[in-house]
Design a protein around this ligand. Sequence first.
Ligand code: ADP
Length: 255
Amino acid sequence: LELSLLHASKLEAVGRLTGGIAHDFNNMLGIVIGNLDLLQRALPPDEKVSRRIEHALDGAQRCAELTSRLLTFSRRSPLQPKLLEFATFMPGLVKLLERTLGERVSVTLTMDAGIPPVRVDHAQLEAALINLAVNARDAMPEGGRLDLSVRARNDAASEGARVPFVEIAVTDTGTGMPPSVLARVFEPFFTTKEAGKGTGLGLSMVYGFVQQSGGTIAIDSVPDQGTTITVALPAFVGEATGLSDRPAPSAGHAV
Ligand code: ADP
């Protein structure tokens, strides 16, 4: 799936709308949480009413988590980009995924030598890749393979791009997606999972983060065979080009 311009501008509009709402909502939540917190501190510890306040705080915290994901989708979450070396980042991620995904999923990593660094928010990239991996696991209820591959892209595919990209591909041997699902996966709250299992915010977050980082995301999916999701991030080109420490610009409209 390479998003068409129409599709991308629809997501853009949804992003602006949800971003505006999430932003205001977040401010009001701040007031709710702040006041509940004050109330709780003012009460003696084993007052009955403080259990109620605890519940209210829990609910408000969950709302805060939801709005923070929506803010990521609409590219309004603050990023802390730092130089990232794949040779150290990926093995740590693989260990984490092996622990998280359970025994039925075997994780492999293929990485070329000499991958250039990227300049991104490390925690957000990790969260994005964990999201992709958890979706992959969910698509393989009987177990299967999860392959991570990292390579530099410097070929005709990046034509028009002034800088090389690093591609991180996440491939699973799961159920794949029909075109009707594929067309909607980046929409916030779109999920095919049963109630309570999915929020429909995972890929929306990943989409927003990748866009905000100047990258692109593409999906290849074949029903009953599996899915590959490829995140391309601009390589860090260093001082010599004059771009120094700023993230490289995004290439064209592919998302
Ligand atoms: P959630 O995981 O909460 O449903 P996402 O935005 O992460 O939300 O995903 C949206 C939908 O995209 C999923 O419900 C699923 O139908 C589909 N999907 C995402 N990743 C995969 C995958 N690797 N294989 C098959 N379907 C997927």
